[in-house]
Write a new protein. Structure first.
Lengths: 81, 81
């Protein structure tokens, strides 16, 4: 049993109104020095068996087809620390 | 200018129907060895100035009050790699 983390974020060129709303709320609440907030998704995927290259490749394929919309999002797959 | 990452996940004892739906969809789509998927949020926070202890503490305070619902969620704050 192994755990893989998939981080999905909007591509940098895609506007993130949700993040902007959070940044505005943070400033209003008095948090200082906030320049930008971007919100994305984090998936923790638990898989059977060893965390070998094939398993990571399988999760990467899943990230590409199911977890991320690669038109507007980018993703990163890595073993959970 | 520095970037801090805040990961917010449901506490392990909290049911995650969204993650369950993703795991079911993944299995249906033929991804093998999927045991569990849990979905959380990832925030990238850009702050002015140096990434010193005070800045990280400020982001941690923001995570606690604005980004995470600490009744059902746990969070982790770390400098972006």
């Amino acid at each position: 049993m192994a755990r893989v983390v998939v981080d999905v974020m909007l591509k940098p060129e895609i506007l993130d109104p949700q993040g902007q709303a959070i940044a505005a709320a943070g400033s209003r609440l008095g948090f200082e020095g906030l320049k930008e907030v971007r919100q994305g998704k984090r998936f923790e995927v638990e898989i059977d068996g060893e965390l070998d290259d094939a398993a990571v490749a399988e999760v990467r394929r899943m990230a590409e087809t199911l977890l991320a919309n690669t038109v507007i999002e980018e993703f990163e797959v890595r073993p959970a620390s």
